[in-house]
Every structure is written in C-alpha cells, then in structure tokens.
Design a protein around this ligand. Structure first.
Ligand code: AMP
Ligand code: MG
Length: 487
C-alpha cells in the first residue's frame, strides 16, 4: 500500500535536466532514527500528497530523500553569492538538495527541497546537517509569513533524524522539507555569469522566465522584462517586510530568490520596540542588514543581478548598462509606492488620499513611535480602537501625549476605516520570545508550545479570547535578543 503511494508521486526533474551544469546529482544521507515533528497537511494536500501516506514510514522516507519516486533525480544546486558584501564564487547547496518539482493544485510547479540532508560537494567545512531548533524555526516563521500574506517559501515537514549533531553543544538533528516556487537565486545568476557561458546564462534566464514570469517571454526584450519583474517583486516584498516589522537578518545575494519569495529563515526576527536601527543577528556586527537598511540592500542585490544579466540585455555593453540602470531606477519609486500604500492601509486610510495629507501624517507618526518607543505590532492593532473612539489603548503606549492627541485629531479627520485596519494589522506575529520558548521546549522533546504557537499564527488577524499572552511584548528579563545563523 505505501509502496503504491510512493510510486504514485510524480516528481519532475526540470532543473536537473535543463540546467545540468548547475546541478550535481546527489543522494540524501540515511536518516538513522526518523521522527516526524511537523507536517503541513493543507500544503501536502495542495501538492497532491496524502498526509496519511506522508506519516507512514515510507512517506517519511520520501520527506527525507531516503526513498525516491521512480525517475526522481535529486541534485545539489550550484550558486555563488555576496555574503555581507563579500563575493564567494562557489557556495551552492552544502547541506541541501532539490528533490525535484511537483505540481501544486494552483497549476504551478513547486520545488521540493531538503535542508539538512547531509554533506554535498558544496559543503566546504560544514557537516551537512541541521538541528531541530532552526528547522522548526523556519517552519514556524515561514508559515506565519504565509498567513500574513507575505510571499515566502513554505514548509512541508520537519523530521527529527535521531542523529546527534555537534554545534556549541550536541543537539538533536533534523531535516526540513521545503517547498518553493523555485530555488533560483540572485546567486545562481552570479555563478552562471562568472562561468562565462552565455548559452547557459540564457538557459537559466529562460528557466526563470518560464517558472516565474511567463509574460516576459513575449516582451520585446524578454531578459530586460525578467529583470524588471524581479525588481518589482522585490520592491513589493521588502515593503511588506518593513510594514510588518520583519528583519530577514542575512540578505546575502544567495538568499534572495528570483521568484520574490522570502527565503532562508536563519537569524530573522520581528521588531518589538519600533527601532529603525534594529539588528538581531549575532554575526551582523556592522548592522548591514538592520531593519531600516533592507530596501537599500535589496536594491544593492538587484544591481548584482543586473550585472549578471548584462550580456543578455544588449549586445553592446554600454547599451546593456543603460538598460539595466534605467530598470533598476524603478526600484525606489515602486518600493515607496508599495510601502506608502501599505502604511495607509495600516492607518485605515484609502490609497487615493492626497499625498500632502498622507506624507506629513505618516512622518509625524513614525517619529512619535520611534521616540516612545512603542511595540510596533500592538500599537497599530490598538490604533484601530482609536478609529472607533477608544483612544486609550494606543495612547497609553506613547510618551508624548500632546503630540499623539494632536496627531489623532488630524488622522480621524480623514475618516479611518477600523475594519480595514483589523484586516491589515496582525494581532499575532511570531514574537521573538515566543519563538524561543517554543523552540527550547521542542529541542527538549516537548512540541506542545510549538504546536500551539503554530496554531495561533495560522490566523494572525482574528483576535481570539484566551490568547492574550501571544499579544504581549517580551518579559523584562528577555533580551537584548540575539539570533544565530540557522545552522
Ligand atoms: P545560509 O547562511 O544558510 O544561507 O548558508 C550559506 C551557505 O553555507 C550555503 O552554501 C549553505 O549550503 C552552506 N551551509 C550552511 N550550513 C551548512 C552546514 N552545516 N553544512 C554544509 N554547508 C552549510
Ligand atoms: Mg542560504
């Protein structure tokens, strides 16, 4: 029965076959003591995978790459990347594999990808493994982002491997089964461009167009259209991060997907106190990837993509550069427009409001929030109350009451829509202290806090009784919050 189910799974090998220069066929290491820690049943169903099968021993072997459907060709993908601004010509999947592509109910293809499946030829000094805490962290935060309506890779499962893994201490090993519209990254283009094989670069760009931006194929200059689409997708994505208070933490070019999905949840965190300079990652000493820097870093990464695409944009180098510069120039305007529209929705105001009203209102509010400082998520949620005439919950969060009162008068004169605010401002986000609490318990074998938090975060906009502790800020003895790269 379970054998039938495995042979009924259809995985394509498009990346492996169409871009074999970028794909090293490889096998996942045997998992000695598999234990299913998390399974995303709705996502499994969307992928045509029977959750009951995935819970069976054979299904778990599929989720870990230890059993393959007929014809599957798992590969480690090659890519390069700028890490904290420094170029590494050869990164690649050091501990990950692309199992293949599978059809989603929406008609599109999805990558099934393993993280923590053992050393590959790209492993360099790494052991190829991953541990329970960081893999459940990616599962939790990516699913929370999805529920918040933010483009992201998804998490299908986390399987404990039964293998002890040496980190600062010995930790339980685990493997994440990740789903993405693709794993083509800015770094994939950098790697290909560095190889100086124009035909391969064209094939990679064609692959990205077919997977993500099929309309670009019929544009006058399809590769320019591809770049323009990526610029737009990233402008929209980073605006959403900023509006929700998400700090990715490691925006290296190998961690920026061409699809416009958030990818690689290593040292990410959410703002608690509104502080534009917030940086959580322990290795980001210079604050390169601080909250407020994210739009500028995205633009910088896109410039690296443009450099990689130049030979496809025009035969004459100067013309190619001019096209790239012009296309990249659209980023700032698109980002600002997306951010402003999102901020207006957070304030319950219509998008077509006069900019002469909107800009000063937004600017004075952000100044007020910063100087207080307020808990970013709670403030906006409470502000919907102020739109309904209950000003106190948001008012008591700020320091300068006179400035706040004056601001509320101006804002309410514009007729804010409290219901729009409730649909826009989440009650529940993966607060750093809640995530840590859940992962600490899970690492010790207790999955209850993880499952409860996952459940709360699946519906972030509907306030439910009994969940007050999930809306509160971190306790006084928590912090300053430091995150570590998800190894
Ligand atoms: P990340 O910071 O997770 O995006 O990973 C950056 C690079 O390091 C990628 O090439 C990963 O495959 C590689 N890497 C991270 N952790 C490990 C590990 N434990 N073993 C092998 N390679 C790793
Ligand atoms: Mg990465």
């Amino acid at each position: 029965m379970s054998d039938t189910a495995l042979s009924a799974v259809t995985l394509e090998a498009r990346f492996a076959n169409q871009l074999e220069e970028l794909a090293v066929p490889w096998r996942a290491e045997d998992v000695p003591g598999p234990e299913l820690l998390a399974l995303n049943e709705p996502l499994a169903a969307d992928l045509g995978l029977d959750p009951a099968f995935l819970r069976s021993p054979e299904g778990i072997r599929l989720l870990t790459g230890n059993a393959l459907p007929p014809g599957a060709t798992p590969v480690a993908q090659a890519y390069a990347g700028h890490q904290f601004g420094w170029y590494s010509p050869r990164l690649g999947d050091g501990r990950a594999l692309l199992l293949g592509e599978i059809r989603h109910a929406d008609g599109g293809l999805r990558d099934i990808h393993l993280k923590g499946s053992g050393r590959t030829p790209f492993a360099r000094g790494g052991d190829g493994f991953a541990v329970v805490g960081p893999m459940l962290r990616e599962y939790l935060v990516s699913e929370a982002m999805h529920a918040l309506g933010i483009p992201t890779t998804r998490s299908l499962a986390v399987v404990g491997t039964g293998r002890p893994v040496q980190r600062e201490s010995v930790l339980p090993g685990a493997l994440l089964t990740r789903i993405a519209t693709s794993h083509v990254r800015v770094g994939t283009f950098q790697y290909t461009r560095a190889g100086d094989d124009l035909e391969l670069l064209r094939r990679l760009a064609d692959y990205a167009i077919e997977r993500h931006y099929p309309a670009a194929a019929s544009a006058g200059n399809p590769y320019l259209a591809l770049f323009q689409e990526v610029v737009s997708a990233q402008a929209a994505l980073v605006a959403q991060w900023m509006l929700v208070g998400f700090v990715h933490g490691v925006m290296n070019t190998d961690n920026m997907a061409i699809s416009g999905e958030t990818i690689d949840y290593g040292p990410c965190a959410f703002l608690d106190a509104f502080n534009p300079a917030a940086v959580f990652s322990s290795i980001d000493e210079a604050g390169r990837y601080a909250y407020r820097n994210q739009p500028v870093v995205a633009e910088w990464n896109l410039a690296r993509l443009a450099e990689s695409l130049l030979p496809l944009l025009h035969d004459e180098e100067q013309k190619a550069v001019d096209l790239a510069v012009e296309a990249l120039g659209a980023f700032r305007g698109q980002y600002s427009a997306a951010w402003t529209a999102g901020m207006l929705a957070k304030l319950g105001l219509p998008e077509n409001i006069d900019d002469a009203d909107a800009s000063p209102l937004i600017d004075s509010l952000t100044a007020l929030l910063q100087e207080s400082p307020v808990d970013y998520t709670s403030f906006f949620r409470n502000l919907a109350g102020a739109a309904r005439g209950q000003t106190e919950p948001s008012r008591r969060m700020v320091l300068d009451l006179a400035a706040f009162d004056a601001w509320v008068v101006r804002w309410r004169a514009l007729g804010p829509d409290a219901d729009l605010m409730d649909r826009t401002n989440p009650v529940y986000i993966p607060r750093n202290h809640l995530v840590e609490e859940a992962l600490t318990a899970a690492t010790e074998g207790d999955l209850d806090p993880f499952n409860r938090l996952l459940d709360v975060l699946a519906d972030p906009f509907t306030e439910r009784p009994g969940l007050e502790r999930y809306t509160e800020g971190a306790p006084g003895d928590f912090g300053p919050y430091r995150t570590f790269c998800g190894t």
